[in-house]
Write a protein that binds this ligand. Structure first.
Ligand SMILES: Cc1cc2nc3c(=O)[nH]c(=O)nc-3n(C[C@H](O)[C@H](O)[C@H](O)COP(=O)(O)O)c2cc1C
Length: 368
């Protein structure tokens, strides 16, 4: 009998992350949907939403950005938390359902810092320095107008933030997650430390690139130390931000070397990089992509995200041996069964922003 050709053999090959085996290289990218209860407890809608991706063949779901503590970390109203017992119980239903469908799930731990525009626990915002963020609050998450000016974090507050991430990782494990992704990207608190223009601290957390990446490294180390060896821990890194799409690291490839090698020695199991186009040059017209720089300076699996919408392109990038796992965002919103469609060579739906971005996050019946 003639053997039928298997579509996308590399995309559909297994990979190990720490002690986990993923059945393919296709992950759901973290996407905030502001659909939790007011208390941050994951809702029934979220349960059926995540279940669809697990049924749809993704080997790994990375949760939407989830706030780690009951202080300054919440960024958006109706964002889920992983900060208390009710949050843990709520997530447990989701991780159980996802596991039943044969997928794994990581919790993305996100501290919004100066970009917080909705927090049920606090009035003020905190950040590395007293600098009003660029741009405006995100309307589709219920915000409007300028961001408030944050207060500069004291050393004690830096310590509290670290402890918050550590406790959240412990909570995530209790909630049945298979790992955590620390959100070091997209303009939120840890990226505010990393970014030159949002950090003018004069202590060991500001100034040089080594100093600006210090807190990210310390958070990864502290989580690893507390959680032990057998739980997947990674971090997400980007140049661009939700309030500054075109930002580039001033030090170019040298910055990439410092940032990635420091993170590599922090005990992480994977590094997730996101760019507008994951396979495009990071700095010049034809230099290496951020993912290939991550590959260069680390010895852990590299996840890459950004416009890897078609299975052909996804297969191509994982075949180059620079990227181990592709994370799919908007194309997955439009195709909850993206992985099965890829496997069976079925046509994909186009992403329609009108369907998924609603101007008022308080409208609770928008499509997830
Ligand atoms: C609705 C929406 C919500 C998002 N929320 C998050 C988030 O919570 N955490 C995060 O790291 N990235 C978030 N992102 C960014 C995505 O993970 C991803 O980087 C981006 O969509 C680009 O990838 P894509 O081209 O595959 O869509 C969000 C993107 C969208 C469209």
């Amino acid at each position: 009998m003639k053997e039928t050709r298997k579509n996308y053999p590399v995309l559909f090959s297994e990979i190990n992350i720490n002690s986990l085996t993923l059945k393919n290289r296709i992950a759901l990218a973290p996407m905030t949907r502001t659909s939790a209860e007011d208390s941050g407890v994951p809702s029934d809608r979220m349960l059926s939403y995540y279940k669809r991706y697990a049924k749809g063949g993704f080997s790994l779901l990375i949760s939407e950005g989830t706030y780690p503590d009951e202080m300054y970390s919440q960024g958006y109203l109706n964002q889920p938390g992983i900060a208390n017992g009710e949050h843990i119980t709520g997530w447990r239903r989701i991780t159980d359902a996802v596991h039943k469908e044969g997928a794994k799930m990581f919790c993305q731990l996100m501290h919004a810092g100066a970009l917080s525009q909705g927090n049920i626990y606090a009035e003020k915002t905190i950040a590395p320095s007293t600098i009003t963020p660029k741009g405006e609050q995100l309307g589709f998450y219920g915000g409007e107008g300028e961001y408030p000016t944050p207060e500069e974090m004291s050393k004690k507050e830096i310590q509290q933030v670290k402890e918050g991430f550590v406790q959240a990782a412990v909570n995530a494990r209790e909630a049945g997650f298979d790992g955590v992704e620390i959100h070091g990207a997209n303009g939120y608190l840890l990226d505010q430390f990393l970014t030159d223009y949002t950090n003018n601290r004069r202590d060991e957390y500001g100034g040089s690139t080594e100093n600006r990446v210090r807190l990210l490294v310390e958070v990864c180390q502290a989580v690893r130390e507390k959680i032990g060896k057998d739980f997947a821990v990674g971090i997400r890194i980007s140049q661009a931000k939700v309030n500054d799409y075109t930002h580039k690291w001033a030090g170019g490839e040298k910055d990439a070397e410092i940032i990635f090698s420091q993170l590599n020695s922090s005990g992480i199991d994977f590094l997730h990089v996101t760019e507008y186009h994951a396979d495009a040059p990071a700095f010049d017209d034809n230099g290496p992509s951020l993912a290939s720089l991550a590959r260069n300076w680390t010895n852990v699996p590299v996840f890459a995200n950004g416009n890897l919408n078609s299975p052909d392109l996804a297969e191509q990038v994982v075949s180059k041996n620079e990227i181990d796992v592709v994370a799919i965002g908007k194309a997955a919103l439009a195709n909850k069964e993206w992985a099965l469609k890829a496997r069976d060579a079925k046509e994909m739906e186009e992403f329609d922003p009108e369907k998924f971005f609603v101007p008022d996050a308080k409208i609770k019946n928008f499509e997830l």
